[in-house]
Ligand binder design. Structure first.
Ligand code: GLA
Length: 408
């Protein structure tokens, strides 16, 4: 009898222990998340009307049906903590409160995301979560929040794995499945420690809506799309991503780039990177060209491919890059990126090219098999790999296709 009591007591204690050490719910990130975030266009100029109108536009534009699920509020939603320490939204900008906003977003079959910081204050000087992790996670769960982006400003002296693990545990203890997005800009190489902590981790500094620029803000820089792309390759990141935990090269600037071809190339390369597709434009007023890019189902299918393997550059010369990405069922995605300002004629003699992904151990074997070519932006078939490819790629643009075994 005593043994039975002891066993019962031990069993009863398991949930608490398990909760404290609970890994994140991996199935929230079987493929990289898709959604929208307020920061890239609106920075601190946000309120509940913007979030509601954006959610409406995500539905009306077809983005929801294309897979965009999360409506994410970035920095500056915060008001003060109440007398018990619970964080409150800014009463002027979010007068109806977060619960009402979450209910509205959920009524559209979308999910609501929020933002905090592992330090004393967020990057924009709002209250951070340091010392309030469990209380903040509980508050988010009560509001019905589905996603937390957790930043790294004002964290002097903190240990990054420890800080992110604490919030991971707090979210696990909150009783709600909350997607956890780590945002420490790659400073502490999160790809080496964050697999069981976050569903994704920022790999690099903040993006900005230019092609290949660096903008200095004093003690930090923001980076153009090409710079961020290069960092993914230089840092050897693709071996660290897999279903459940993804590299995050940052939220997109599609619709904010100076020209539609740059938007297209940016979107294509994020899909080749198997990156989270978090739109950062004003979706209420986007052009039809932007809407078409963001809702391109054939490109999205490359990003969301169940194999979960990032693409890689096969060749890079003279500002022209030929990328490949293995897909489920033996298909391949291919992107020819022209980084130059002027058009480039590119040829590619399939059997002569020994394309190989040493990491995932996949090879298309163009010398043995013929593939049908499907142009993913023109939505048209484009011949086969039986004859050499000759294509002209406009400046700052991409030619992106899907290759499917045609037999032979
Ligand atoms: C950091 C992040 C950005 C954004 C801002 C908000 O710079 O990297 O993505 O969240 O903070 O202040």
């Amino acid at each position: 009898m005593r043994l039975l009591v002891l066993l019962l007591a031990l069993t009863a204690s398991v949930p608490t222990w398990a909760q404290q050490n609970a890994p994140k719910a991996a199935d929230l990130a079987a493929t990289p998340p898709m959604g929208w975030n307020s920061w890239n266009t609106f920075a601190c100029d946000i309120d509940e009307s913007l979030i509601r109108e954006t959610a409406d536009a995500i539905v009306a534009s077809g983005m929801r049906d294309a897979g965009y699920t999360y409506v994410n509020i970035d920095d500056c939603w915060h008001g003060e903590r109440d007398a018990d320490g619970f964080i409150q939204p800014d009463p002027e900008r979010f007068p109806s409160g977060m619960r009402a906003l979450a209910d509205y977003v959920h009524s559209l079959d979308l999910k609501l995301g929020i933002y905090s910081d592992a330090g004393t204050q967020t990057c924009a000087g709002r209250p951070g979560s340091q010392g309030y992790e469990y209380q903040d996670a509980l508050q988010y769960a009560r509001w019905g929040i589905d996603y937390l982006k957790y930043d790294w400003c004002n964290t002097e002296g903190r240990n990054a794995p420890e800080a992110y693990r604490t919030m991971r545990n707090a979210l696990a203890a909150s009783g709600r499945d909350i997607f956890f997005s780590i945002c420490e800009w790659g400073d502490n190489q999160p790809w080496t420690w964050a697999k069981d902590i976050g569903h994704m981790w920022r790999t690099s500094g903040d993006i900005i809506n230019c092609w290949d620029c660096v903008v200095s803000h004093g003690n930090w820089n923001s980076w153009g799309v090409m710079r961020i792309l290069d960092m993914q390759v230089e840092r050897g990141l693709r071996v660290h991503a897999a279903p459940g935990h993804w590299n995050d090269p940052d939220m997109m600037e599609v619709g904010n780039m100076p020209a539609p071809n740059e938007d297209r190339a940016h979107f294509a390369m994020w899909a080749m990177l198997h990156a989270p597709l978090i739109a950062g434009n004003d979706v209420r007023s986007m052009t039809e060209a932007t809407r078409e890019i963001l809702t391109n189902q054939e490109v999205i299918a490359v990003d969301q491919d169940p194999l979960g393997v990032e693409g890689f550059p096969h060749k890079r010369a003279g500002g022209v890059e030929v990328w490949f990405k293995p897909l489920a069922d033996g298909d391949w995605a291919m992107a020819i990126l022209n980084r130059n300002d002027d058009p480039r004629a590119v040829t590619f003699d399939w059997p002569e090219e020994h394309v190989e992904d040493a990491f995932s151990q996949n090879r298309p074997h163009f010398d043995q098999h013929t593939y049908a070519i499907r142009d993913l932006f023109r939505h048209a078939d484009a011949g086969t790999t039986a004859s050499p490819l000759a294509v002209t790629v406009p400046g700052r643009d991409v030619w992106m296709v899907r290759l499917t075994r045609a037999g032979g």
